[in-house]
Design a protein around this ligand. Structure first.
Ligand SMILES: Cc1cc2nc3c(=O)[nH]c(=O)nc-3n(C[C@H](O)[C@H](O)[C@H](O)COP(=O)(O)OP(=O)(O)OC[C@H]3O[C@@H](n4cnc5c(N)ncnc54)[C@H](O)[C@@H]3O)c2cc1C
Length: 393
């Protein structure tokens, strides 16, 4: 028996433990993996983008779900608070030119180490290799290396993550046993696109494509993409995920910074002697990789009207998005409408939810970790309010 049982040692669960451990509760924090924060560590592999420095209104617009609970959580723990919190753990940060905030050393491990050590000092009982498999009233049954074990608590927080990168722990196995909770089906978000490339593209695998704009439905993205053996990856395509999920087509603008006059002037230039690819390079300043994309997806018509359309609005033919397990994050999960303002299941007082397990979606760029931290903290405040009988705003 403990006061508070937190299931899931990702950013959401750790942040909840962080707050509650300052308040004199007995806390048990469990994870099914041998160590905590594995996805967080993976996020730091190519640079841990912790949050985004931009006007708060703009920041909020990146979240698909405008639920009051998510809004309250993010207002209570803003990108500014994320930075103060990381700094308080001894981690120095920098803000890139696009507003993305990273630890100076880019990795997640120093931050995670400092965080876990702080929790240990405050007496949080951290337990590993414990897989939650059933909920009975306020008791949770775990599968452990030594057989089954039951832990009861006054409040239980589920922060078991989304449904991608199963090998890091968030395998959505809870869908089988958390029966009374209404979920929206998990779908891949921030995920690459599958494309059956022709052989012409082979030599560009691994190449970035910069200075482009991608559009799908109402979403426009200026991030770069990388050509891979199986399609394309990168921020530029990831942020279109919500529109692609709705079946919207994807269009590529290869010359986003060209004005109408520049385009018209270039289109008037006759194609003489020089090869087509030289013409594209000299007149339209298209590098090899952009030329290859043009060749791959265009009708290859030499009419000026069609060329203009292809350069500015090239339709990408694809075979759908990559499998969910390869997605950076997932949309779907526990629906907000069955949770109270503090992320507690309305029909089961004492049961709380936080993190990517909840049904919200956002692009990469620090939004995911910020929302995981913010909902972890917000649910922790709800737990304290329930157990202490106090209220908070
Ligand atoms: C490659 C990659 C790069 C990323 N880069 C960024 C980035 O730069 N910036 C950003 O904002 N976001 C990034 N993300 C996303 C971010 O890491 C996640 O959104 C975030 O980790 C979600 O936090 P969480 O606490 O909700 O869940 P998780 O971090 O997934 O943690 C959930 C935990 O619950 C445990 N668990 C699950 N089921 C059980 C069970 N039955 N019993 C016990 N324990 C269980 C899991 O083992 C896991 O440790 C990246 C993700 C990936 C995969």
């Amino acid at each position: 028996m403990c006061d508070i049982l937190i299931v899931g040692g990702g950013p959401a669960g750790l942040m909840a433990a962080d707050y509650l451990s300052k308040l004199n509760y007995s806390i048990t924090l469990v994870d099914q993996m041998p160590t905590m924060g594995r996805k967080f560590l993976m996020a730091g592999k190519s640079g841990l983008n912790l949050t985004k420095n931009e006007p708060f209104e703009k920041f909020l617009k990146n979240f698909s779900e405008n639920t009051p609970q998510l809004l309250c959580a993010l207002e209570n723990f803003t990108p500014h608070d994320v930075q103060s919190w990381a700094t308080s753990l001894g981690i120095s940060l920098f803000t890139g030119s696009t507003g993305r905030v990273f630890p100076t050393h880019m990795k997640a491990s120093p931050l995670l180490r400092a965080w876990l050590s702080q929790l240990d000092k405050r007496g949080v009982n951290r337990r590993h290799k414990m897989k939650a498999i059933a909920l009975n009233d306020m008791s949770l049954l775990f599968e452990t290396e030594d057989g089954e074990e039951e832990i009861s608590a006054k409040a239980i927080l589920f922060a078991m993550g989304g449904a991608s990168w199963r090998r890091l722990g968030s395998d959505a196995g809870w869908l089988k046993w958390l029966n009374n909770v209404t979920n929206e089906k998990f779908r891949a978000s921030n995920v690459g696109l599958k494309i059956n490339w022709s052989n012409h593209v082979n030599k560009y695998f691994g190449e970035p494509v910069k200075a482009i704009t991608l559009k799908s439905g109402t979403i426009q993205s200026q991030g770069e993409i990388v050509i891979t053996q199986t399609g394309i990856e990168g921020g530029g395509i990831y942020s279109l995920s919500p529109a692609i999920r709705k079946g919207e087509e994807i269009f590529l603008d290869l010359l986003p910074n060209w004005n109408e006059k520049q385009l018209n002037d270039a289109l008037q230039k006759p194609i003489t002697k020089v090869s087509w690819s030289n013409h594209l390079r000299k007149v339209f300043k298209l590098n090899r990789v952009k030329q290859t994309l043009l060749r791959e997806f265009s009708s290859n018509s030499l009419s000026k009207e069609q060329l203009l359309l292809d350069l500015k609005c090239l339709r990408i033919t694809h075979q759908g998005v990559d499998e969910i397990d390869k997605a950076i994050s997932t949309a779907g999960g526990v629906n907000f409408d069955q949770l109270d303002n503090n992320l507690m299941l309305s029909k089961r007082p004492g049961i709380f939810f936080a993190g990517e397990m909840l049904n919200w979606d956002a692009p990469t760029g620090g939004y995911l970790i910020t929302a995981a931290l913010a909902t972890g903290l917000w649910s922790a405040k709800g737990i304290d309010s329930l157990l202490s009988g106090s209220s908070f705003s």
